[in-house]
Ligand binder design. Structure first.
Ligand code: HEM
Length: 397
């Protein structure tokens, strides 16, 4: 490891407290709470970054672009998938976002029966992991349709791609097996894009790839890059998020479950509260645009700043008794989808996917948890599994 430069040493000496990634992973909420109270901006040495934990400050990191820049041409994300809208800003960002916006305006009609398709494949009796067999296939199917690949790619292939890109994003090129799988997936994506271009005339204009074609992007390389970015952005976040929504519904009281099966607004409220309670994406990343002093901590120009969405969502200044799940909580929006110019493009799709998931829960019949769900992770966080025993229909009991 390189020793810090004089400038870094000077910066570190003035930092009041530091936290480690393993501590954040082991017990994020208690650690965040301590940070919010005592040291709202803390150093995370392994990430060479500063973590911001209070609601107002996290909002500022997300949206005050005069102080915090999104442009990160050397970030691990940019190195993995190439130039992308998330780590760009200004005109480049606006153009990239506007180009694919029509694909995110409303969910593709072809997805209307997505959950019915996925749940049909679930066993009617026996033990099943609803995360691996329900949530993840649903998210993958949605991505296939969002991208406009329904004639070329199966949901299971999309799951494999998502997992390979996730693994590569977390591995930083250390593990040869991960790098090999990534290379194979990239090649497959290139082949699929080539096949897609052969029938470009049939592309759905409201799909991501259809939008890019309409904007004159017609080469394999930039289309493949865009696909890799969307698969990475649209895999883990919604998988963890919808898994949390479903897990909390499975453990909810019967009266809550009954309401979820019949009341659309209740499902909406429950989804928002679940995503607030456990933010699927832990933090947003920005860099300090200039030398600044933020909440008493000097940050040099170019310093990485992480806005902890997970911590902001449990700030008692914003939410009463924030550690409690209150299904019908009405205290304004959470930050799980970020805020500002880079706010999540897939938020509406995710909320839409949660509807049939919650509405259909009672149709699965008697749902008995085999093990109490355990939430893991910090960068991405969700229940590790959701293993249930399904039996005869609830209405028959
Ligand atoms: C529970 C589900 C999801 C969560 C929690 C989530 C979270 C986020 C967050 C926090 C950001 C902002 C990052 C930042 O400001 O640095 C973001 C951006 C983004 N998300 Fe999501 N996301 C979810 C689902 C999706 C889905 C299904 C897609 C579909 C591909 C998607 C695509 C994007 C894109 C394209 C951006 C970049 C927007 C921009 O840079 O202007 N997300 N997401």
């Amino acid at each position: 490891m390189q020793s810090p430069s004089n400038a870094q040493r000077e910066q570190l000496m003035t930092v009041p407290m530091s936290v480690s990634v393993s501590d954040l992973e082991a017990n994020p909420h208690d650690l965040h709470a301590r940070c919010r109270e005592e040291h709202p901006v803390v150093h995370v040495p392994e990430l060479d970054a500063f973590l911001v934990t209070r609601w107002d400050d996290v909002r500022a990191v997300c949206s005050k672009s005069a102080a915090f820049s999104s442009a990160q041409p050397n970030s691990s994300l940019t190195r993995l998938v190439g130039p992308n809208m998330l780590h760009s800003e200004g005109v480049d960002h606006r153009l990239a976002r506007a180009a694919v916006l029509p694909a995110f305006r409303q969910p593709p009609a072809s997805l209307d029966d997505a959950w019915a398709q996925v749940s049909e494949a679930l066993p009617t009796n026996g033990v099943v992991d609803l995360l691996a067999c329900g949530v993840e296939p649903l998210v993958s199917l949605a991505l296939v349709h969002l991208l406009g690949l329904e004639r070329l790619v199966e949901a299971a292939t999309m799951t494999r791609w998502g997992r390979a890109l996730d693994a590569a994003a977390a591995d930083f090129g250390r593990d040869d097996a991960v790098a090999l799988e990534l290379a194979a997936v990239r090649e497959e994506i290139g082949e699929v894009v080539s096949a897609f271009l052969l029938s470009a005339g049939d592309a759905r204009p409201t799909s991501v790839l259809g939008c890019l074609l309409a904007n004159g992007v017609r080469e394999v390389a930039p289309l493949s890059q865009a696909m890799q970015f969307m698969v990475l952005g649209g895999h883990s976040g919604p998988r963890e998020g919808l898994a949390t929504v479903l897990a909390l519904a499975v453990v909810a009281e019967d009266d809550v479950r009954e309401r979820l099966s019949s009341d659309r607004l209740a499902r909406r409220s429950f989804t928002e509260e679940s995503l607030r309670w456990e933010s699927p994406v832990g933090a947003v990343t920005r860099v300090a645009r200039h030398d600044i002093v933020f909440k008493g901590v000097p940050l040099r120009s170019g310093t990485t700043v992480l806005g902890s969405l997970s911590s902001a969502n449990r700030d008692p200044v914003k939410f009463q008794v924030p550690h409690e799940v209150r299904p019908w909580r009405d205290e304004g929006p959470h930050l799980s989808f970020g805020a500002g110019a880079h706010g999540c493009m897939g938020a509406a799709l995710t909320r839409w996917l949660a509807q049939p998931l919650l509405a259909g829960l009672n149709e699965l019949g008697n749902v008995d948890l085999v093990a109490v769900p355990v939430w893991r992770g910090w960068w991405f966080r969700g229940p590790e599994s959701l293993t249930i025993r399904v039996g005869s229909a609830r209405s028959h009991t």
